[in-house]
Design a protein. Structure first.
Length: 91
């Protein structure tokens, strides 16, 4: 093996924020640990289970990060549900 051309590698812990699973990963970066929002053990695409509705959606995370109000969205959702309920009662 040629000396001085290969990057230095080390193992880090990668932790899933949703389910708490820990993975040991080989990396060349300087980080010591890393967090994932979701992993293969808990993502519905891999588990086949229902989507966790308690976790915030990408839009909700964006709104929270940048300080937008979610109240308007919730009011609009309620109004839409009331409209649908009214239509189903009329039929
Ligand atoms: Zn996970």
């Amino acid at each position: 093996m040629k000396q001085g051309v290969h990057p230095k590698t080390h193992y880090i812990k990668v932790k899933c924020s949703a389910c708490g699973a820990v993975y040991i990963v080989l990396t060349t970066t300087d980080v010591t640990d890393m967090h994932l929002p979701v992993c293969a053990k808990c993502h519905p695409a891999f588990t086949g289970g229902p989507i966790d509705t308690k976790r915030m959606t990408r839009v909700q995370q964006f709104m929270k990060k940048w300080g937008y109000k979610l109240e308007q969205q919730e009011e609009q959702k309620e109004q839409a549900q009331q409209k649908q309920a009214g239509k189903s009662q009329a039929q």
